[in-house]
Design a binder for this molecule. Structure first.
Ligand code: 3PG
Ligand code: MG
Length: 396
């Protein structure tokens, strides 16, 4: 890896400003998915083991530069303390006297969490003065927030330029997994790209087509590609104004020798609800009053053939309306097959972005993937071939 890691910088006796992403989903004051919190534990423990004092910098939600009490990071303290097995101290502000006093009071072996960086306008503006105020609190900067690295904010980018900096263990794992999947992958490489809209995945498709051998397109996006070929998709989710773009993507893929795998049969229903009465029809025969909610068995078999020949898989987005059974079958069967191939040592599988993790969790396949990213937007931007500012700012 090109970036410095916790192994390359002396942390002993130093205050380590560690940018983490603990922007976790919550309901009624409880964390409903603690994955992001669990994934930063190795970094915090390593900093402690190397004699450093971890001071955690993080955002929560989008308070837009104001103090919004419901967006206080205090509410994740119990989950964070539980995951780390130590009582984490908290500072009411991430800069200034309150922060400095909390850092000064932090004993060896202790961990401190600073209040939401986005309570300050300077954070999202990447204001140099705000970045300097953060930097004054510590000696070394560690970025473990790959999932926020697409933001050029003071706590993800500005401060990295002011202190010796390195990648934390989670950042390292994310970068290594993505490099293995796309920089020098074992071929054939297959991408599964699903989800509702082509419009949000254009740059991603454009970039992947040059890098992978086949792209399996599913979900609502596939309907746009079918419609662009003159197929009537009835009441299906479809971006008709993207027809030209879809045709351009197909032409570009053909020129690049990248196979595009679209559904050949589909599962249609007249209602978008679990258990809705449904039919399986050829992809070209969606009734005018019905909508496509999943790929059919023939499509599932084709996807299985493509996956069984692959050595590397990059997965983003579900292949159907996985959240309302029985329209989860295409997503589940492809995910389970990818998991089995990975377990058998025949496939390197990397997944991430938006709904992907939920889809893979619901099929029970996530645990067997080689790597499941904690990132949403940052994973997509990486697949788009963009440089992530939070990664670029780290010391090489
Ligand atoms: C995320 O939840 O995707 C990251 O924490 C980034 O959050 P943001 O989209 O509000 O910048
Ligand atoms: Mg986001």
């Amino acid at each position: 890896m090109a970036w410095k890691t916790l192994d390359d910088i002396d942390l002993d006796g130093k205050v380590i400003l560690a940018r983490v992403d603990i922007n976790v989903p919550m309901e009624a004051g409880r964390v409903t998915d603690a994955t992001r919190i669990e994934r930063i534990v190795p970094t915090v423990k390593d900093i402690l083991a190397k004699g450093g004092k971890p001071v955690l910098l993080a955002h929560f939600d989008r308070p837009k530069g104001k103090v919004v009490p419901e967006m206080s990071l205090r509410q994740v303290l119990p989950a964070l303390s539980g995951a780390l097995g130590v009582d984490v101290a908290f500072a009411e502000d991430c800069v200034g006297d309150a922060a400095a006093a909390a850092v000064a009071a932090l004993p060896a072996g202790g961990v401190l969490l600073l209040e939401n960086t986005r309570f300050h306008k300077g954070e999202e503006k990447n204001d140099p003065e705000f970045a300097a105020a953060l930097a004054r609190l510590g000696d070394v900067y560690v970025n473990d927030a790959f999932s926020a690295a697409h933001r050029a904010h003071a706590s993800t980018e500005g401060v990295a330029r002011l202190l010796p900096s390195c990648a934390g263990r989670l950042m390292q794992a994310e970068l290594e997994a993505l490099e293995k999947a796309l920089a020098k992958p074992d071929r054939p490489v297959v991408a599964v790209v699903g989800g509702a809209k082509v419009s949000t995945k254009l740059e991603l498709l454009g970039n992947l087509i040059d890098k992978v051998d086949a792209v399996v397109i599913g979900g609502g996006m596939a309907n746009t590609f079918l419609a662009a070929q003159g197929i009537d998709v009835g009441k299906s989710l479809c971006e008709h104004d993207m027809a030209d773009t879809a045709r351009e993507i197909m032409a570009k893929a053909a020129a690049a020798g990248c196979e595009i795998v679209l559904p050949v049969d589909v599962v249609v229903a007249r209602e978008f609800k679990a258990g809705a009465e449904n039919d399986t029809v050829p992809a070209s025969a969606c009734p005018p009053d019905a909508m496509i909610l999943d790929a059919g068995p023939e499509s599932i078999a084709r996807i299985a053939t493509v996956l069984s020949g692959a050595r590397t898989l990059v997965w983003n987005g579900p292949l159907g309306a996985f959240e309302i059974p029985p329209f989860n079958l295409a997503t589940d069967s492809a995910a389970r097959q990818a998991a089995a191939l990975t377990r058998a040592g025949r496939l390197l599988s990397v997944a991430g972005g938006g709904d992907t993790v939920a889809a893979l969790n619901s099929s029970g396949a996530a645990a067997d993937f080689t790597y499941v990213s904690t990132a949403g937007g940052a994973f997509l931007e990486w697949l788009e071939g963009k440089t992530l500012p939070g990664v670029a700012a780290l010391d090489q």
